[in-house]
Design a protein around this ligand. Structure first.
Ligand code: DCS
Length: 478
């Protein structure tokens, strides 16, 4: 019998090539153990609400009213919903003909795109055009759409930081392009090294690859570094000279845990640099409602903003967005609310500000607790999580552990993470899922477990690590 079209052997090779470790082997094993009744701490995905973070009240009230607009006609609506939430729900319902049950424009609701443009203008100090902002189902869909637009064939290369969030490697495989890695410097706090970036580009070119785009993740996932203005300037110069479009993944812009380097957008730096760069460098910037102190991952709200793209390209991107009809409408409203939150003087302001501040302050504390915890462990070194939601410690595995992993048919970091999972229930992602230098091993964990659970989690990690190192290194505790 001939093979059928959807038999595994017959599938699109690009689909089979895709790897996505955040939901890979470790995650599958953790899910199995959970089914068997083991308590699992899921620190593999940056999914704050799944680990107990409470939603901010105001946006949920507004979206609840948008979902159930008949409540607005109830004489008692004002007993539950504050007047500013009611007014805001009416504001969005007026923008969305047919309400949340109707498709919107494929680029998103024009009024929400205007709110995003106002937010960007206020953040960067330069006007932003709503026509160049497209709303998406989370940042992921936007990133995929733009990569799909850029990649023409297997010789088109995309510069991606390594370690990277595997959305990039996975999407580049899926669209049949070439990933051109540039290694972040762990010893320099995961900084960029332009000598090494130039080398990567030269090497790719020598293999016949046309390098067309450069991705930056700022703040970094999984590495947590915040880029300085000087670095962003240098990389914009680099993109200008090398004729690369810059894809700026800025989904963690609210998640900053140090004060020396506040978030600065690639777009602001570009406009600050003036002409010719500000008119020439093509830039696409991404944002989401999944991160920050919102953490509304399940709502799937995101946007991208296009800078210096010609109108015909913007139209092509619109055409392709139209194939999916419409980004999900509740997600768009969350985006509107995120970029236009309650203001001082509004009824809901104080509560909103208190809730946001408490989440951010707690994340900052957790970033410190996690880094300090890892650095107190034998054979573990960890840069401080300056931003984003992850810790990415390096685990210096003894040669005997590496041999044992080989015998078990596992990559050494996968071996370590599986043992950690079995012993403690802590579900992490091995560093190989993000890319790392040859012979160097890491794991990624989120900093998202509840603050009060941290001492227990860190001590259980330490106990595991001690006994692991003891077993494979002959190390004994004094
Ligand atoms: N970009 C980066 C750098 C991310 O870390 C994520 C999600 C996204 C984009 C996409 O998010 P949304 O599609 O939800 O907007 N981060 C994943 C991660 O590493 N863990 O959980 C999700």
């Amino acid at each position: 019998m001939a093979r059928k079209p959807l038999d595994y052997e017959e599938l699109n090779e690009n689909v089979k090539k895709v790897q996505y470790a955040v939901r890979g082997e470790l995650y599958l094993r953790a899910s199995e153990l959970q089914k068997e009744g083991k308590k699992i701490i899921f620190t593999n995905v940056g999914n704050p609400h799944a680990l107990g973070q409470k939603p901010l009240t105001f946006p949920r009230l507004v979206v609840a009213l948008c979902q159930a607009p008949f409540l607005l006609d109830d004489p008692n609506v004002g007993l539950i919903f504050p007047a500013d939430a009611i007014a805001r729900a009416k504001h969005y319902l007026a923008m969305a003909p047919g309400g949340l049950g109707a498709y919107s424009d494929s680029r998103g609701i024009p009024g929400v795109r205007k709110e995003v443009a106002d937010f960007i203008q206020k953040r960067d100090g330069y006007p932003s055009d709503p026509e160049l902002i497209y709303l998406t189902d989370g940042a992921s869909k936007g990133v995929m759409q733009i990569l799909n637009t850029i990649i023409r064939n297997e010789r088109d290369g995309i510069l991606v930081p390594v370690p990277q969030y595997p959305l990039y490697s996975a999407a580049i495989s899926l669209f049949g392009g070439a990933l051109v890695p540039y290694y972040l410097e762990e010893e320099a706090n995961w900084g960029l090294d332009f000598v090494n970036i130039r080398q990567s580009v030269a090497e790719a070119r020598s293999k016949g690859i046309t390098v067309r785009a450069m991705v930056i993740i700022n703040p970094g996932n999984p590495t947590g570094q915040c880029l300085s203005e000087a670095t962003i300037k240098e990389l914009l110069q680099f993109c200008y000279h090398e004729n690369l479009v810059l894809l700026a993944d800025e989904v963690y812009q609210q998640n900053i845990y140090q004060d020396e380097r506040p978030f600065i957008s690639a777009r602001k730096v570009l406009f600050d640099m003036g002409q010719p760069l500000s008119r020439e460098v093509q830039l696409v910037s991404f944002h989401t409602v999944s991160k920050g102190y919102w953490g509304e991952c399940g709502q799937r709200g995101g946007y991208f903003e296009m800078t210096n793209l010609p109108p015909k390209t913007v139209d092509e991107i619109y055409k392709v967005a139209s194939i999916a009809l419409s980004p999900n409408v509740p997600g768009q409203i969350f985006m509107g609310l995120m970029v236009n939150p309650p203001k001082p003087g509004d009824i809901s302001y104080l509560k909103f500000a208190a809730e946001s501040k408490s989440i951010l302050e707690s994340l900052r504390k957790r970033a410190h607790m996690m880094t300090d915890g890892f650095n107190s462990c034998r054979n573990v070194v960890c840069n401080f999580t300056e931003g984003a939601m992850y810790s990415f410690p390096q685990i210096r595995l003894p040669p005997r552990a590496i041999e044992a992993a080989k015998r078990a048919g596992k990559a050494p970091d996968v071996f370590y993470c599986l043992k950690l999972l079995e012993a403690t229930g802590i579900s992490t992602v091995p560093g190989s899922g993000f890319g790392q230098k040859e012979g160097v091993f890491h794991l990624r964990t989120t900093i998202l477990p509840a603050e009060e659970d941290f001492p227990a989690i860190m001590s259980s990690f330490k106990n595991f690590n001690d006994s692991f190192m003891q077993q494979y290194e002959g190390y004994s505790r004094m």
